[in-house]
Ligand binder design. Structure first.
Ligand code: CR6
Length: 808
């Protein structure tokens, strides 16, 4: 494009934007608020996407290509405006025009609410997978819930987490389209009776309670291509908003009761990460989006397939993201049999061929099981079908392993009065995968070993990945520019091309530029901390960062105890030689998770102690950033020197924050857990700092005993000092962290914090030495960026496509 063409485009953009402002606000540009400026821009974005969206849908409706549907109870999509602009290839244009019009581009973008429709890695993974599928021109869509309130907003008040409702829809959401014409009726409760209709046994559902599922569709625009896939989020509404007969009889409250009961289903996201709390409303949510999603898939499929179900599983993949959507199996069976009139065998074949399942955790407390009575009462027909799936499965088992009662019992979908959702998902899917190599191995050898023996060919492994567009190009534009200037722009379509950066691995000029980018990102984060935490930190200090949900197995406690130990060392020897450090934490604790909330309190208490001690001469700072979410994450990852990935080995299925840090040049300080192991493989042992027990060692101790935390305590004066400080008032008058203290000593330290302390302290020492040699450090950092290609979610999607969905 020559410069006069560009000027014309810019003039057209400015004119359209000015007109849009008038339309959305009734004001002229000069009087329009930032919110209205954002809304005007969002409308323009939607206008440029919708025709491509319609074209993509028309193409898909021809039924030529296989469609993948991700069913997930969480989609943590983050703000979308920047992705849309960049994917459309107009970001620079909009930035330039905004500046020329005297508008603040970043402030406009900050008007967008960040939809918190997920707890952490699981929901964010889905968002990255949608992003990658569109970028690769692959037909894949999401089905989830449009929670009215997303994950709570976290405030830190007097050092403690306070939860505030996340009203993300309060100003409306410009990137969704409500499609009430595609609503689906969901039936709960009631009775099932069978009737003989024309010689066929037919199941009739009576006296049910009906709820309407209304879809809201969000376009997922591919990166600089023509593909626009869909994320469909379902909202619950009453069939009739108002019960007129009740109202007329004077029962005013009754008249609206039904409305709020219906709406409750999509009112709020359950705030547990890696945890199951068994609430009836959650089971309603699970069935709600499963039933609605499956119905629409079938309607659309039949419409373009001469009203027939032939070839369904050749054209449709239903991907179950963890067990929350495991009812997809029985629900598809129900529709195929009760509505489409197919027999059991045929329906079962179609179901298993269409369904695939990804497991995301081995933590026993997260594995879902629903009481039989609850399931039977709420979903009577679904429960019947689960019983029959189980009966047939146990029969098959008995044929294969005759009289092996123990095995049959342990694999039974229904056992001890519970429906086990992982078993249901495994039995009804043709493929089961873990999310990192180690995790998949643990699934095969331990968690699902019984199933592995029955279905060895169904087990796969696909290591997670993250969107390089969101987590590198858009959130670290300076690094993107430096990479473009060095190796050219083609890496944007193939992240493995980042390897070309290794050509600069000994180039001092490149080092300088690379360090300057990191420093600038650190300054950005330092400014954020000055503004929101009122703490001044040195951007030249090591930014040592642990951001993720607060959970015992993730061991923020190990990090915190080490900070306290470092504090003690500095107090003892103020001249201690060390690079200044800024320890940064962020993450939410589930509201009912007392221990995790105590850990937050502990970190903020340590921060108070350390940050207000002038004798440390600013060598140590501790910051807890409130309200970790996707938007904050995008500021944090580019600024990190150290990525703390210190879970008890064997517990973190994969982790994805570890990949986002690596892509931005942080050095992983980690245990050999989840995808950390693959990070080590990718960068080589000299570009990562690893430590601690292996998963096998942890497993061994857990199975056979032999670890006594008290022994370590007794032998290590550093640990004695630190643990005493938890309860002796060092951390604030009247502040005592007895529960944490007890967990480590009285309850034998279930997550091996003390066991790994020494190795961790040594590893931290190593970090200090490495950082004090800038050449080595920068080299390590560049190597991390250069070798991060494998962690692109484009690679993960290609793996799924090839191995699991078998799309060529
Ligand atoms: N909490 C795992 O714990 C993994 C993601 C995505 C998690 C984490 O290690 O990276 O899923 N599991 O696969 C669950 O949510 C059940 C997570 O985010």
């Amino acid at each position: 494009m020559n410069s006069s063409e560009r000027e014309n485009i810019k003039a057209a953009y400015k004119a359209t934007f000015t007109k849009k402002i008038e339309e959305v606000s009734g004001n002229c540009l000069a009087d329009a608020s930032l919110l209205k400026q954002y809304q005007a821009l969002a409308e323009m974005v939607m206008e440029s996407i919708t025709s491509q969206w319609a074209k993509t849908n028309t193409l898909y409706n021809k039924n030529e290509s296989k469609q993948v549907y991700f069913f997930s109870i969480e989609f943590l999509i983050g703000r979308l405006m920047k992705s849309y602009l960049s994917n459309l290839g107009v970001e620079e244009l909009v930035q330039e025009c905004s500046a020329e019009m005297g508008l603040d581009y970043e402030a406009i973008l900050a008007q967008e609410s960040d939809p918190g429709l997920g707890n952490g890695g699981l929901g964010r993974l889905m968002a990255c997978y949608l992003d990658s599928s569109s970028a690769m021109g692959m037909p894949a869509h999401g089905n989830g819930i449009r929670y009215k309130y997303g994950l709570f907003e976290q405030r830190i008040i007097n050092g403690e987490q306070i939860e505030v409702a996340d009203n993300w829809l309060k100003n409306g959401y410009p990137f969704e389209i409500r499609n009430p014409d595609k609503s689906v009726i969901i039936k709960y409760y009631g009775q099932i009776h069978s009737e003989n209709i024309n010689g066929n046994l037919t199941f009739v559902h009576e006296n049910y309670e009906a709820i309407m599922a209304v879809p809201y569709d969000i376009p997922i625009k591919g990166y600089r291509n023509e593909t626009v896939n869909s994320l469909r989020l379902w909202s619950a509404e009453p069939l009739e908003a108002f019960d007129l007969p009740s109202f007329n009889q004077g029962h005013f409250l009754n008249a609206v009761r039904h409305k709020s009961e219906a709406e409750a289903i999509s009112q709020i996201l359950y705030p547990n990460d890696n945890g199951f709390d068994g609430k009836l409303l959650r089971l309603k949510q699970e069935y709600f989006f499963v039933c609605a999603g499956i119905k629409r898939i079938i309607v659309d499929f039949k419409r373009s397939n001469n009203n027939s179900m032939d070839g369904f599983s050749d054209k449709i993949c239903i991907h179950i993201n963890d067990t929350h959507p495991a009812l997809c199996g029985p629900e598809l069976m129900r529709v195929l049999m009760d509505e489409e009139g197919l027999g059991w065998e045929e329906s079962w074949k179609i179901t298993v061929a269409a369904m695939s399942f990804t497991n995301h955790t081995v933590l026993p407390e997260a594995l879902e099981k629903w009481p039989v009575d609850m399931m039977k009462d709420l979903l009577p027909r679904i429960y019947m079908i689960i019983e029959e799936i189980n009966r047939r499965f146990l029969l098959d088992l008995d044929n294969e392993f005759p009289h092996d009662l123990d095995r049959n019992h342990s694999l039974s979908i229904i056992r001890d009065n519970y429906v086990h959702m992982a078993s249901l998902a495994i039995v009804s899917s043709h493929s089961i995968n873990g999310v990192a190599t180690l995790h998949s191995k643990i699934l095969r050898e331990e968690t699902f070993n019984g199933f592995y023996q029955v279905f060895p060919k169904r087990f796969y492994s696909v290591t997670n990945g993250v969107s390089p567009r969101r987590f590198l190009m858009n959130s670290n534009p300076e690094l993107k520019t430096l990479i473009n200037d060095s190796i050219g722009p083609d890496w944007d379509h193939n992240l493995f091309d980042l390897k070309k950066l290794l050509n600069y691995i000994n180039d001092p000029v490149f080092y300088q530029k690379f360090d300057a980018v990191k420093l600038s990102n650190k300054v950005r984060l330092a400014n954020y901390m000055a503004r929101y935490n009122n703490v001044t930190v040195d951007p030249n200090s090591i930014f040592d960062i642990q951001v993720k949900r607060i959970h015992e197995y993730k061991r923020q406690l190990l990090n915190a105890l080490h900070v306290l130990y470092l504090y003690n060392r500095l107090k003892e020897n103020p001249n201690l030689e060390m690079a200044p450090r800024t320890f940064i934490f962020a993450g939410k604790a589930a509201p009912g998770y007392y221990y995790a909330k105590e850990v937050i309190k502990l970190i903020t208490a340590i921060a108070e102690l350390v940050n207000n001690d002038p004798s440390l001469h600013d060598k140590l700072k501790v910051v807890f950033l409130a309200n970790f979410n996707v938007s904050l994450a995008e500021i944090i990852y580019p600024a990190a020197n150290i990525s703390e990935q210190i879970s008890t080995a064997g517990k973190e299925a994969s982790g994805t924050g570890n990949m986002k840090f690596m892509m931005n040049g942080a050095i992983t300080l980690g245990t050999m857990d989840g995808a950390n192991i693959e990070i080590l493989d990718a960068v080589g042992p000299s570009n990562i700092v690893s430590f601690g027990l292996s998963a096998d060692e942890v497993h061994h101790y857990q199975k056979y005993g032999g670890y006594r935390s008290i022994d370590i305590f007794e032998q290590d004066p550093r640990i004695q000092q630190v643990l005493h400080q938890l309860i002796d008032g060092t951390l604030g008058y009247g502040l005592s962290f007895q529960a944490i203290y007890d967990s480590l000593l009285l309850y034998n330290d279930g997550y091996f914090v003390l066991k790994d302390f020494n190795a961790y302290a040594d590893a931290q020492n190593q970090v200090d030495h490495l950082f004090r040699n800038p050449t080595i450090w920068t080299k390590m950092s560049i190597s991390n960026v250069a070798n991060s290609g494998i962690f692109s979610s484009d690679r993960s999607i290609a793996d799924y496509q090839r191995e699991i969905w078998k799309i060529i």
